[in-house]
Design a binder for this molecule. Sequence first.
Ligand SMILES: [Zn+2]
Length: 279
Amino acid sequence: MIYIDDTLLQKLEAFYKGERKLTVLTGAGLSADSGIPTFRDTDGFWTVGSKNYMPEEMGTLRMFRQKPLEVWKWFLYRNTICSKALPNKGHFAITELEKLFGDRFRLITQNVDGLHHKAGTSEKRTYLIHGTLEKVRCGEECSKAFYPFPDFAFEKNQELTAEQSEQLKCPQCGDYLRPHVLWFDERYNEKHYKLDSSMRTAKETGLLLTIGSSGATNLPMLVTESVLSRQGMLVDINPNANAFSELAYTKKNGFVIRAKSSDALPEFVELFSQLKRKA
Ligand SMILES: [Zn+2]
């Protein structure tokens, strides 16, 4: 094994024989190998008239209330990029882990790009804590209905046609629909973003793999701290230093693999496949 050393190997074998859950937590770094930018910093600039907006300004309920069509244009453009992208080896390895672990598996993802779904990970064991670009809902919450994301391609500097603008309206009340994503000025909740389910899963987790996430948002960090507080293991897989690896370095049950998930995750699949064959 290249990425899993002997100490980690022994711990993973002991974990496999137990009953606690395998939870995989993923962030934007996983989808970088599929060509999806993070849409933070300069990747996410959006120009309205002569003014540049930061993603933290565009992706807000406040901006949606002020300029719904500008927010929609930004999301249509992002969705156009995401809808062309394909899952990579990392996504497929995670799907294999679900097959190996069945109901001991959970996926908590910050990614809204739909690539886990495309790779075949089941919806019932996936918590989309930042929502998904696959769905929209009424911006006024007039009902509990979800609708598919509008399917027209949209480039930067394009204008919406009247017909396209109509497609962005709720069929029930006529107000604007919104992407089913958590905005920067909104809070996590169970109804849309599986806050309680994620925290409950953390309590049952014996092995947490954090993948391609910087730890910049608070729910992933709360999940991680909860796992560690109950003697669960944390393995951070990321080519870059981040908040999870910093935490892992300070804990007996913490491990850091400085590699791309598309390289390191197949080794976990191979190991657990071997253990399953032996069992
Ligand atoms: Zn409505």
